[in-house]
Design a binder for this molecule. Sequence first.
Ligand SMILES: *Cc1c(COP(=O)(O)O)cnc(C)c1O
Length: 464
Amino acid sequence: MTVITNHMPTAELQALDAAHHMHPFTANGELSQKGARIITRADGVHLTDSEGHQILDAMAGLWCVNIGYGREELAEVAARQMRELPYYNTFFQTTHVPAIALAAKVAELAPGDLNNVFFAGSGSEANDTNIRMVRHYWALKGKPSKSVIISRKNAYHGSSVGSGSLGGMSGMHAQGGMPIPDIHHINQPNWWAEGGDMPPEEFGLQRARELEEAILELGEDRVAAFIAEPVQGAGGVIVAPDSYWPEIQRICDKYEILLIADEVICGFGRTGNWFGCETLNIRPDIMTIAKGLSSGYAPIGGSIVSDEVASVIAGDEFNHGYTYSGHPVAAAVALENLRILEEENILGHVRDVAAPYLKQKWEALTDHPLVGEAKIVGMMGSIALTPNKETRAAFASDAGTVGYICRERCFANNLVMRHVGDRMIISPPLVITQEQIDVLIERAVNSLDECHAELKKQDLLHSA
Ligand SMILES: *Cc1c(COP(=O)(O)O)cnc(C)c1O
């Protein structure tokens, strides 16, 4: 067997990657020509690639490495747990200490009566659980017709058939026979792109009331739940106007629709509280968790379920679960991650130091000629690139053309910043320092300058 080491030349590794590795969300033919970037190590907020570049990871991997890279404690805990009990399941009336301890800890951290945890291996799996759980809940309550779940366009809830259907990504729905039946999508509260001449607060109310319209149109007896991310992440870090969430909450309460908050990104400190729902004052019946739960050190996700829903589900055998539900190594790693978040007061660092500092610097990016709005909640932010700030115009080029150019400039400047269409987004590790935020912003500005020059050169500074 070939031993694949970090010391092979980059080109050889890229050739092997191109020959055998199918990447997610990637045009693999195109990537084979170009060669994938190979990350070899990481520490704190920095990645190292196979060419020795030190890259500031302003995305915390995929929004998940909340405590930063390179924490020995998690490696220690994983090794210890593997030696003691590497695997056992939680089916068939069995349990183990890591799953018990993590469920109890998550229940302690979660607000209100969200005291019950169903484990999964990922956010996608957890949302699949949610689809079945809310439908089964209503069936057990004698209302099996309540099976429709309302979600939002451009939402991201995962990539399995169920969770990808819940999500509102049209590019995903176009492939592989999605969405599944009884998922309904309403518009997102993206004022910059879709608000027209309306003031943001009025627009926020209008978009929230689409939920009420959908419930009335579908029939109250058909609707099981509404699912949304407190702050839309992969859709471009879309922060709803302040009027939006109180109205959504009012509507869910009025029609007794279960509210599922997808906290996969917002959870575990990203918005400055344990959960995005606390920051935005939302009272969900179920929360989806993953990513920051283990800071990405081990794959684990789950659903945090209210006492009311859990007690109904407890009345029957729930024919659902995953081999790795509550996996002992992943659960032990997650528990250690939560210990570090708590004992090192990392949420305090976010609230008092990192988030206020980043907000001030981030919002100042609107001084740049390419940047329209800048949005930020805690440690997740976005900027809209535009050829005309006054009219909030989109570029005449295909959506994403400009964002891609900007992202490539960021990489060239040793900064990972993602693009969603022509919005640039960040979600750095929560432990980032003020000095590192300065570097992040400096590299972002340089990249924006270079992008601007490139757009002029390619004659792309035109409004749609
Ligand atoms: C990433 C993400 C998911 C899916 O999680 P996976 O672990 O990739 O399956 C679900 N919801 C949101 C909001 C996400 O950002």
